[in-house]
Design a protein around this ligand. Structure first.
Ligand SMILES: [Zn+2]
Length: 459
């Protein structure tokens, strides 16, 4: 049997027998084949498209250990657990490991009994003992591949920028000849450029998925900045809170009260206050931000995953790695810092493919506040540029929002500017056109019109 045929059969076997899938989803097979051919590769795949299989399967079929760089412990823990259940020797090496645990992992690596090592960028770039072991493995030809997951963290344009991710390119010099695979869920043209430059992926095989999410219904409305009394006898609250409340009630009336959503706020204080008030309005809400203890965050996340909490009011700290298919709506209580971030955030809705709604409350005041908050000299220029692009998106009056996003992300599959009324701009345009059409229709007596309508119906 030829090598290529054997490899295809092995891939199919692992996919079915170990991962339990009846077949590959496009372009999983092509990506695995590229990795197994020792090519560098860059894949932009929407979450939910089976991204992790694209590096786990080649790791299982490769000689030596595959190093997977991930930014979040929660993501790692899930994947390590599921690989161990499949009897794939997998470990995670992070700043949280005790010295005994580290020693045991390094020993196992040296003995070559580990197939996949998950590591945070910080540990990979700074732990000298780990680096010494990796160098030894490299020397003996047992370093199979570096996988950089959530590669958008490399770029200041991506919304989860991590300085240590920016240094990952140094590994290219230290471990010459070892292939690199980079994966991310969304990447704009600028983020993609940064990933390619940092990881030196000019020659890599590229798999660029579409950023188009046809099941998302996108709208932007003006954020009201006054105060309002929602229920008689209660204290006045921000009008924007009332806007969020009305939106949630509307969603519940349409889809039933069992649906889940996320409200994004720009400050921790706003998250807590808004969630607490929503609770007084009989809406099952919780809040999530970076200042909560780990156990508090896990609890909010678990309650929301299980449906005990319907609404999480959160900063953008709530997001990466969320794996809930039936999020029906996303509200941005304030404008997002960047279009990159916004697209990632709305992308958490409707992963099951069903229609979902995304609303952003926009005000010039929020823009000014965000602009004033950019104080870090190092990232200020990029920050202002990102914010300007987001503002242009919010101010847009003519172009379909889906098209605007697709253009920004360099999506070649834009097609005709028609989102089937899945954005506020197209809805207004279609409404105006049909009104005009009605006006220009010839005036016919009612009886004659109903007769002609009947005739059309029976056609
Ligand atoms: Zn549109």
């Amino acid at each position: 049997m030829e090598d290529a045929t054997l490899q295809t059969e092995l891939m199919g076997f692992v996919n079915t027998d170990m991962f339990g899938h009846s077949e590959f989803r496009p372009p999983q097979k092509e990506i695995c084949t590229s990795a197994l051919a020792q090519h560098d590769l860059l894949a932009v795949l929407a979450t939910g498209s089976g991204k992790s299989l694209c590096y786990q399967l080649p790791a299982i079929l490769s000689r030596g250990v595959t190093i997977v760089v991930q930014p979040l412990l929660a993501l790692m823990e899930d994947q390590v657990r599921s690989l161990i259940e499949k009897e794939v020797p997998t470990v995670m090496f992070t700043g949280g490991c005790s010295s005994n645990e580290k020693r045991a992992i390094l020993h196992a690596l040296k003995e070559q009994t580990i197939r996949i090592l998950y590591v945070t960028p910080e540990s990979l770039m700074t732990d000298t003992e780990l680096r010494a072991v990796l160098s030894a493995l490299h020397g003996s030809g047992h370093l199979a591949r570096f996988v950089i997951d959530e590669a958008h963290c490399i770029s200041q344009w991506g919304h989860d920028f991590r300085p240590e991710y920016g240094r990952l390119g140094e590994l290219r010099d230290t471990y010459g000849g070892v292939p690199f695979s980079a994966f991310t869920g969304t990447a704009s043209k600028k983020t993609t450029k940064d990933i390619i430059k940092t990881l030196r992926l000019d020659q890599a095989d590229k798999f660029m998925g579409s950023s188009r999410r046809t099941n998302l219904n996108i709208s932007i409305i003006e954020k009201k900045e006054g105060m309002v009394i929602v229920n008689e006898g209660e204290a006045a609250v921000s009008e924007s809170w009332a806007q969020v409340r009305s939106f949630i009630i509307e969603q519940n009336e349409r889809d039933g009260t069992g649906t889940s959503g996320i409200v994004y706020c720009n400050t921790k204080e706003q998250c807590e206050k808004l969630a607490t008030w929503l609770m007084t309005q009989q809406i099952l809400a919780g809040y999530f931000h970076g200042d909560l203890q780990d156990f508090e965050r896990s609890e909010v996340y678990m309650r929301w995953m299980q449906g005990a909490t319907k609404v999480v009011v959160a900063t953008t700290a709530f997001g990466m790695g969320i794996d809930k298919a039936d999020v029906r709506w996303i509200v941005h209580h304030s404008m997002a810092h960047s279009l990159d971030g916004y697209v990632q955030e709305i992308g958490r809705a409707g992963r099951d493919g069903n229609d979902s709604t995304c609303l952003l409350l926009y005000s010039a005041q929020d823009f000014n506040k965000l602009a004033a908050s950019l104080t870090n000299a190092q990232t200020q220029d990029v920050g202002h540029e990102r914010l300007k692009i987001m503002k242009e998106y919010c101010d847009e009056k003519k172009m379909c929002r889906h098209k605007k996003i697709a253009m920004y992300f360099g999506d070649v599959n834009i097609g005709k500017a028609n989102c089937n009324s899945k954005c506020d701009i197209c809805r207004v345009r279609e409404h105006t056109t049909s009104k005009k059409r009605r006006k220009t229709e010839p005036v016919v007596p009612t009886t004659a019109r109903s007769r002609s309508q009947k005739a059309r119906k029976s056609m």
